[in-house]
Design a protein around this ligand. Structure first.
Ligand code: GLC
Length: 751
């Protein structure tokens, strides 16, 4: 449809029809079960509103959506097609590694491929829009949704957000097997006070612009068709009513012209925030801020028409919002084909196809981070596992098939490959033993997001405390007996998959105690323990790191998780992941990040004799594992940094920084060289390091390569004291290494 025809259509719509285009309702109101991703209050929508809403969230399935579309368009005065939106965060049915894990791959190209595969499964299932990428920068491991971010670095997050947008949308969102992307949650949602979900966010303008806005902007510049508001307040204003954030920054400065959708109920929740007296004021503040679609609240549908008629809100604001929604439907080609790519026959071919499974397996193993790998009692590094050894695979994650995050809402556990299943494909002999060893969680606790309200179920029914105790003792004894017979133990433990995700903040970031008890008992019996860690957030790994010989971080690896774990454990794939988020020494250190400021009294390491320093007196300042850290089954040497010049012109200047990296081990492996820069003195303080580039490369044993990074003036720009984005002359430090801990540094002066 031409732009003129869209205008003509808009002119012909009644005010009620326009307002209903700005309403999004959940799937369960349309004969479909669908995912529940928020608090659903009592029914409060008329049948007219339900059957004239502009979009639906939470449904997929080509046939079901086709039926709803047909019924809906029939009842629509202008037969305007529905938009179907869904949270396809890291896969529809083929579940790829969770986003924080994908950040660990330092491979945006792989992330783009995963997003494209997810888009294809979504499109053939009738979905038009996905609520991804989540581009929120995160630093606090207590927050449940760190699993949905790609980590603590603005540069890496920006590359990942842009890659996901490209993967979902392609070059034209109307193309076949593409869906529209939605950058979220604008803005600053990843910095809630205390790491507590939905909590207030206090960010200076400087921090907001230096650390938190860049990744959203990268996703928007990559062409994201939608942006979603965040639940949090910023400067005391809920995002969905924040005109400066939405009209000045998002639309004005970033030039975003697409659809701005609220988060689930977020418009109405401005009442609970204490920012609005009632639904009418919420509707007014949201439309004034520029929110186009009101997701699952009756603020717009209940009050917007009246606000226009009373003159409190100009109708042109409604028209602008409706036009953006109509444009999106037009870009997707829905006026010509309201089903877009929804096709039941193709759905059966594409969903969980071998190609997608293969990609999921490759992607998962690329996200794994080897945190530790010391020699076992035989003097040889414990990993990779040896075929001639007696091995015991123990832990609740040996058989668990919930290997996807809480945000893989269409993922099915039965589709997944468990560790046991994958190990059995590798070795199926008497030298391999399996035992659960412990429950995932203490029997008093059960996590479940069930039913239509997404509530958490009370404690588990059925088994009495006595019976649960007997079962636990039996599981432990079986595990201990196997550990005693094994040459080495692979302990598969971690967080329950619902211990992270939305509304899953934790004040205790350790592996559940019932599993730690298992870990301790096994370590007493067998001194060759490799821990494979399944988790959605950085955890307090002090005890595990101290007692285990090897620790492999596998996150929540998705449908092909078991295969990927065995690929790495057996050395079929040499791990190369790097941490996208610091692992704190303990929860008391949170929030922690590598790109922090020096302070006026920087601590000079744990042996610093000076008392008055910026430090803790009871723990180190440094995280247990740093951003950018990750080991390999081989080793690499990196030469000192070479700089093309000791000075660089500010005006159009650039220069090269280089190192020679060598694989000094006896097996091929991949290393990710990271370029960090520090502006030593500027009009505002600058982080002690900032990631400005990285290069990932495979080197055969003994192979060496010179790696060159170009440093441009643009890379040195920051949000200066005058609020401009510019570089400033002076001294700069340049590091090149394989972790943010690197001390391999050279200096130059910008003149
Ligand atoms: C949820 C989440 C958001 C999601 C939306 C729709 O509350 O905050 O990320 O896309 O609702 O499910």
């Amino acid at each position: 449809m031409t732009e003129q025809k869209l205008y003509d259509l808009l002119q012909d719509m009644t005010l009620e029809e326009k307002v209903n285009q700005l309403l999004q309702l959940p799937a369960r109101m349309y004969e479909g079960e669908g995912a529940v991703t928020g608090n659903l209050a009592e029914e409060k929508y008329s049948q007219e509103e339900i059957w004239q809403a502009g979009s639906i969230l939470g449904l997929h399935g080509a046939s079901a959506l086709r039926k709803i579309q047909d019924k809906y368009m029939e009842g629509q005065p202008h037969h305007i097609p529905l938009l179907f939106m869904l949270d396809v965060i890291h896969g529809l049915r083929t579940v790829f590694p969770m986003p924080l894990a994908q950040g660990a791959s330092f491979n945006p190209e792989m992330t783009e491929r995963c997003a494209a595969a997810a888009a294809k499964e979504s499109a053939v299932s009738g979905v038009h829009v996905t609520f991804a990428p989540m581009a929120d920068l995160v630093r606090d491991a207590r927050w449940g949704r760190v699993m949905e971010s790609t980590g603590e670095d603005p540069y890496l997050n920006g590359l990942m957000a842009a890659a996901m947008v490209r993967g979902f949308q392609g070059s034209d969102v109307g193309e076949k097997d593409r869906v529209a992307a939605c950058v979220k949650h604008f803005a600053g949602y990843g910095a809630p006070d205390g790491g507590r979900e939905y909590n207030n966010v206090e960010l200076s303008e400087h921090a907001l612009r230096e650390f938190y806005l860049p990744a959203y902007e990268a996703g928007i510049k990559a062409g994201s068709e939608l942006v979603m508001t965040s639940f949090n307040t910023l400067d005391g204003i809920p995002s969905s009513g924040n005109r400066r954030l939405m009209r000045d920054i998002l639309r004005g400065e970033m030039g975003f012209e697409g659809v701005l959708i609220s988060d689930f109920g977020a418009v109405e929740e401005m009442i609970a925030h204490g920012f609005c007296e009632d639904g009418s004021e919420a509707a007014k503040k949201a439309i004034l801020a520029g929110v186009d679609i009101d997701m699952v609240s009756d603020s717009y549908c209940g009050h917007l028409a009246e606000l226009v008629r009373s003159g409190e809100v100009e109708e042109k604001l409604v028209d602008e919002a409706v036009l953006r929604v109509l444009r999106l439907k037009n870009k997707l080609g829905l006026f010509e084909n309201p089903y877009k790519d929804g096709d039941a026959a193709r759905e059966r071919e594409v969903i969980l196809c071998e190609e997608n499974r293969k990609l999921a397996r490759e992607a998962a193993r690329e996200t794994f981070v080897l945190l530790k790998n010391e020699a076992g009692t035989d003097g040889v590094p414990l990993l990779p596992l040896k075929r001639d050894k007696m091995l015991a695979f123990i832990g609740p994650y040996v058989d668990c098939k919930n290997l996807h995050s809480a945000w893989a809402i269409c993922g099915q556990a039965e589709d997944a490959v468990s560790v046991r299943e994958a190990v059995t494909e590798w070795r199926c002999d008497e030298g391999i033993m399996f035992a659960t060893g412990s429950r995932m969680l203490d029997s008093k606790e059960r996590l479940d997001r069930s039913g239509i309200t997404g509530t958490r179920k009370p404690k588990e029914e059925g088994m009495s405390a006595v019976e649960a105790g007997k079962q636990a003792d039996l599981m432990l004894e079986q595990a201990k007996e196997m550990a005693a017979r094994a040459d080495a133990v692979v302990l598969c433990i971690g967080e329950h998959h619902l211990q992270t995700g939305e509304a899953a903040s934790r004040a205790d970031i350790t592996v559940p105690e019932v599993q730690m008890e298992l870990f301790r008992e096994i370590c007493k019996i067998n001194h060759n323990v490799a821990v494979v860690l399944f988790n959605g957030r950085p955890l307090d790994l002090r005890e595990i790191s101290e007692k285990a010989r090897a620790v492999l971080e596998v996150w929540l690896p998705g449908t092909e998780g078991g295969h990927a774990v065995v690929d790495v454990l057996t050395g079929a794939y040499n791990p190369a992941g790097k941490l996208p988020m610091s692992f704190p020494y303990c929860v008391g250190q949170a929030p922690v990040c590598y790109n922090h400021y020096a302070t006026g009294r920087p601590c000079q390491g744990k042996d610093d004799p000076v008392f008055f320093r910026s430090r803790y007196i009871d723990i180190p300042n440094e995280p247990l594992y740093s951003f950018g850290y990750g080991l390999s089954y081989t080793s690499f040497s990196i030469s000192p940094v070479w700089l093309g010049s000791e000075t660089m012109k500010q005006d159009g200047g650039s220069q090269n920084a280089a190192v020679t990296v060598k694989n000094t081990g006896n097996t091929g492996g991949t290393e990710t060289l990271q370029l960090y820069i520090r502006d030593v003195s500027a009009s505002v303080v600058r982080p002690v390091k900032e990631l400005k580039g990285f290069k990932k490369m495979f080197l055969e044993a003994g192979e060496e390569r010179t790696v060159i990074f170009e440093i441009t003036e643009e890379m040195l720009r920051f949000y200066t004291i005058t609020g401009t984005f510019a570089s400033e002359k002076g001294r700069f430090q340049v590091w090149i290494g394989n972790s943010s801990d690197t001390e391999n540094m050279a200096e130059f002066v910008l003149i």
